[in-house]
Design a protein around this ligand. Structure first.
Ligand code: SF4
Length: 448
């Protein structure tokens, strides 16, 4: 392996799960029509994402687009708006070519904040308004322990949910409180029992490391508590403290000791899961080696063709990534949700905020999202997508730097793959692949 000689940046810069980040989106003054954006795009293996921006509590670390609780009638009004949006978007996709969804997901927020009857309505919107065949494709749903009730899980299982992701964060009550995710272990265990009883094939448990007071011992104890349920998937998240979040008072100050704690816990957690029959799929994601296959053959998370419904969801065509306005602060989020609920159907036929994708940005996105997976980036796939170009030809300086730091496995063809240290430093490597234009837009974004 190449020795790690070059100085590396701090390991926890940002979690890159989509590129470009929404803070690089801007108001689209021409409000392009969706029918024009989607004309000519492949529509036979789209992803469908429905966003529910409500939670019972706001976890201290969370910067997702969500609000705490909902006054009477708001979830109903939100679903009404979602239905209007679904109608407008489906019409924009047209009837000339076949429209088919290959995957579906309900995310948030906490989709199970909705009642069982509202979840039924959500599934109806996906099926009847959008035409997604939920029982035939992978359907992933996020839930919290308190809202993973038997009646809601029954609806989801019956409508075809194949994966239920439970945000546990820690099995240690004191750590859960420190992360401002107050919950009791007994309630978490009961929720896990209900998820297993519901028979949804894949259980994912989210856990967090780097919490104040967390030691390697308590971290492994949480992992063991999770392993007792033999989850098909586990996501291990480093704790981040970001501006405008509950824990945000500490945001923005470099803390090498905390970096060291997180790296240590990451390595301990990774090694523990590898020793217990799990495979590492990315820095955060581990999958039980004997878990059933993931479903749709044509599913590939880094392809274009995403339809997001709801006021925090993004949609992707090959030329434009778009969404609604974005905020982290509670006051702003509430007003964006209220604005969404009040919109007439005609508004949903246009894209309002977004970022146009150039060829360079599309190549960066593909490199970034492939390289951050343990399987890496297949050189022939890159060449086939981008007219014979190569990652080494397009990003020589970045790849050389990563190799010098020992972040790449030696040899760049046929597969460009991160080394174990590269995976550990995914949150430093990802941001280094942002283009100067995206970086500048993100820096100029005014947080609200
Ligand atoms: S982490 Fe999940 S449950 Fe907690 S506030 Fe954010 S979206 Fe809601």
């Amino acid at each position: 392996m190449t020795p790690a000689t070059a100085a590396a940046p701090a390991p926890y810069q940002s979690y890159v799960y989509a590129y470009p980040h929404k803070t690089a989106y801007r108001k689209l003054t021409d409000r392009p029509r969706l029918s024009e954006l989607w004309a000519g795009e492949p529509k036979d293996a789209l992803s469908l994402y429905l966003h529910i921006p409500f939670c019972e509590v706001r976890c201290g670390f969370c910067n997702l687009f969500t609000r705490i609780s909902a006054p009477d009638g708001l979830t109903g009004a939100y679903l009404d708006a979602l239905e209007r949006q679904a109608g407008a978007v489906r019409e924009a996709l047209g009837e000339r070519e076949p429209v088919r969804f290959a995957t579906a997901a309900f995310g948030g927020g906490t989709p199970t904040f909705l009642t069982a009857a509202e979840l039924t309505r959500l599934c109806d919107i996906a099926e009847h308004r959008m035409g997604a065949d939920l029982r035939a494709v992978p359907l992933s749903v996020e839930a919290s322990p308190a809202t993973a009730t038997a009646d809601r899980l029954e609806v989801l299982a019956e409508r075809g949910a194949t994966r239920l992701s439970l945000g546990v964060q820690s099995f240690d009550d004191t750590e859960a409180r420190a992360a401002v995710r107050p919950q009791r272990r007994a309630d978490v265990e009961a929720a896990l029992g209900r998820v297993r009883d519901a028979g949804i094939p894949v259980l994912n448990i989210d856990l967090i490391y780097g919490i104040d007071g967390q030691s390697e011992h308590t971290w492994l104890r949480s992992l063991d508590a999770a392993l007792a349920w033999r989850p098909e998937e586990l996501y291990l998240y480093p704790l981040y403290i970001r501006p405008l979040t509950g824990l945000g008072r500490r945001a923005g100050t470099a803390d090498p000791e905390w970096d060291e704690q997180r790296l240590r816990l990451y390595r301990a957690g990774r090694d523990h899961l590898l020793a217990h029959g799990y495979e590492q799929r990315s820095m955060r994601m581990f999958r039980r080696a004997d878990a059933p296959a993931e479903g749709a053959e044509d599913y590939a998370c880094q392809t274009d063709g995403m339809i997001g419904l709801g006021c925090g969801a993004r949609s992707y065509t090959s030329a434009l990534h778009y969404s609604f306005d974005y905020a982290v602060g509670m006051h702003e989020i509430r007003s964006i949700i209220d604005d969404y609920c009040a919109r007439p159907a005609a508004d949903f036929a246009h894209a309002e905020y977004g970022r146009r994708m150039t060829g360079d940005e599309a190549r960066r996105r593909h490199l970034l999202q492939s390289l951050l997976q343990a399987d890496g980036l297949a050189g022939d796939d890159y060449r086939a997508r981008f007219g014979g170009r190569t990652p080494a030809g397009d990003f020589p300086a970045e790849l050389e730097r990563f190799a010098e730091r020992g972040w790449l496995e030696p040899g760049q063809d046929p597969v460009l793959r991160l080394s174990p240290e590269g995976l550990a430093h995914s949150d430093a490597l990802g941001p280094e692949l942002f283009s100067p234009a995206v970086r500048a837009a993100m820096a100029a974004y005014e947080r609200k």
